[in-house]
Write a protein that binds this ligand. Structure first.
Ligand SMILES: Nc1ncnc2c1ncn2[C@@H]1O[C@H](COP(=O)(O)OP(=O)(O)OP(=O)(O)O)[C@@H](O)[C@H]1O
Ligand SMILES: [Mg+2]
Length: 182
């Protein structure tokens, strides 16, 4: 029999899923996640056009920056949000749909974002191998009704302790652990 390890596995992720019945439920999820984030976190927001990636990012940013307007960075590719408290991390909100080549992200300052900021990235696949292996993946899909969405949050093993109670408060449930799948 193989020994069972209780150490977090660096490449193992656990996927939590649920249904968000309304835009308000999506915003609530983002609001629960926001205060747990710290400098260096990378959030990959996956989903088709109109799935709700910007809606999620907007609520997350507004949870940390009350009253701030959060337009979609469709044309700028990135918009940044400086905290009032100088000790708190800056948020970089990317929409990479129009990024032509992964290397073009260097000109946007993606390395600085990954080192020092909270990075929220729509269309993260545009980064190819430049997307850090260690990231939180949030996948939104159209639901059964016009205002419902399925959500999957894929959490690296080592981050589960930090996010678990928020995932439970979102009403999500863990579905499986996948070795080597990040
Ligand atoms: N449960 C829900 N959660 C989030 N958005 C919802 C939900 N139900 C309906 N919507 C609507 O879906 C739309 C989502 O648009 P949004 O711009 O956030 O999508 P997106 O994934 O960022 O698209 P794009 O790829 O074009 O950037 C909004 O009009 C929002 O009101
Ligand atoms: Mg968007």
């Amino acid at each position: 029999m193989l020994p069972v390890s209780i150490e977090p596995h660096p490449h193992r992720t656990i996927t939590w899923t649920g249904v968000l019945e309304t835009p308000a439920a999506t915003a609530r999820c983002a609001t629960l996640l926001a205060p747990l984030l710290r400098a260096g976190d990378v959030i990959a927001l996956q989903g088709d056009l109109g799935a709700g990636k910007t809606a999620f990012a907007r609520a997350l940013i507004q949870a940390l920056h009350a009253g701030e307007e959060v337009p979609s960075p469709t044309f700028n590719l990135v918009l940044t949000y400086e905290p009032a408290d100088p000790g708190a991390p800056v948020i970089w909100h990317f929409d990479l749909y129009r990024l032509e080549r992964p290397e073009d992200a260097y000109e946007l300052g993606i390395e600085e974002a990954f080192d020092d900021a909270i990075s929220l990235i729509e269309w993260p696949d545009r980064l190819g191998r430049l997307l850090p292996d260690h990231h939180l993946e949030i996948r939104l899909q159209m639901g059964r009704r016009e205002t419902s969405r399925r959500i999957e949050i894929r959490v690296p093993d080592g981050d589960l302790a930090r996010f678990r109670s928020a995932l439970e408060a979102m009403g999500l449930e863990p579905v499986h652990a996948e070795a080597g799948d990040t």
